[in-house]
Write a protein that binds this ligand. Sequence first.
Ligand code: SF4
Length: 468
Amino acid sequence: MDRKNELAVRKKLNDVSPSFCLAKWYQVTIHLQNGQTHSCHHPHPHKVGMRELQENSTALHNTVWKKYQRYKMLKGERPAECDYCWKIEDSHADSISDRTFKSAEDWALPNFKEATTKPWDYDFTPRYVEVSFGHGCNFKCIYCAPHISSSIMAEFQRFGHYQESPEFDLDNLARTGQMPIPKDEWNPYVDAFWKWWPDLVPELKNFRITGGEPLINQNTFRFLDYIKSHPMPELIFGINSNLGIPDAQYDRFLDSMKYILDHKLIRHFEFYTSVDTHGVQAEYIRNGLSYKNYMTNVRKFLTTLPIDTKLVFMCTYNALSVPTFNEFLEDVVLLKKEFKNSQGEPRVILDMPYLRDPSYLSLAVLTDDFENMIKGSLTFMKDRSVEKLFQHWVFNDHEISKMERVYNWFVSLPKDGENVRKMRKNFFSFIREHDRRRGLNFRSCFPMMKGFYQICEDVYNNDSIDVG
Ligand code: SF4
């Protein structure tokens, strides 16, 4: 979307009210493991009450709470839960937030009339649905949480939460309605979802499955089987996977997707897979990962599915990604070169959201010494840019701008002060406990971060600031 269109959409929204956003009406992320919902994915999720669900079959999206936020938007009041957008809009008069970007999407803007003419408490049908069927996951990624991964839940049940992240205390999760329903127990939210499904389907434009790990959840296969007998030629389907699932399960997924794509039963397929750096360092971050098997599965995906199917690497760039990120980029370059679509473009794309929480694992904890490494990754990508090499298979502007954003953020961060000391103290105490629980050794896994780790240990030993 160009600037002119962005401004036109923003004006259209602002003519209703300066806080009006179609994502609140037409996009939903639902966490069926604990019955929470949010629109869009930026605000904190809130609970769908069991009574509400019994009375309203669309309550996984149309909760009383959400309807009230829509009411506020129509009246020009800013829902506090949308502060992600308000911060951006208040930073500069010209700043455009996701309120505009999301509202301009194909799943949102065509419904403008419906949203503005139907009553605020109407039960709207979402066009973009993201769902987690459960928290079952065989990985324990270092920055993940017990209500997202059953493996982390099991670890927390044994050892308790990390003192550096008290919000994940299991009692606190239970108190705040975030405790997942155990994965082998009957889940009324999953039932409610499938009951609602036939009403959802006719309007659905985008459907995305997250987790947990979706490829070990039977509901994912239920959806794939549904598509085989009920084609949805307008649907954009996306799924996230850790690609560390058993071979039989992976083959079953690839067979289904091949059938669906060969028979053009959906419009488009988006496959996202997570890895944050290279080799043993990636394995340390994403506990459960075998980097070698992971890359084998990436190749299997690219060789099995039709030539115009893409794979997006989701790299949650964090403090531990930095030292070996270039080696990962080298692997990406090889894949880009080897696997091209019918237009000669690479089938492998890099996306780099950067980690913000927990802050002690984010770039904010690092010392200045790491600037050259991050810059080195940016230079690596720029040296292999489309502009420089005039080749389709190298890094495009969008990928480079993501790395540039990471670098600029790092450079802008304070490198000392009380907050930074506290993060370094937390980094040391977290890693020490993490290694104890998992029988790992940070120093031997990250020899290039030994000096930094020593700094964190010294802060831990000398600092009188309380951890928390
Ligand atoms: S205003 Fe922003 S945070 Fe709120 S629903 Fe819209 S896009 Fe999401």
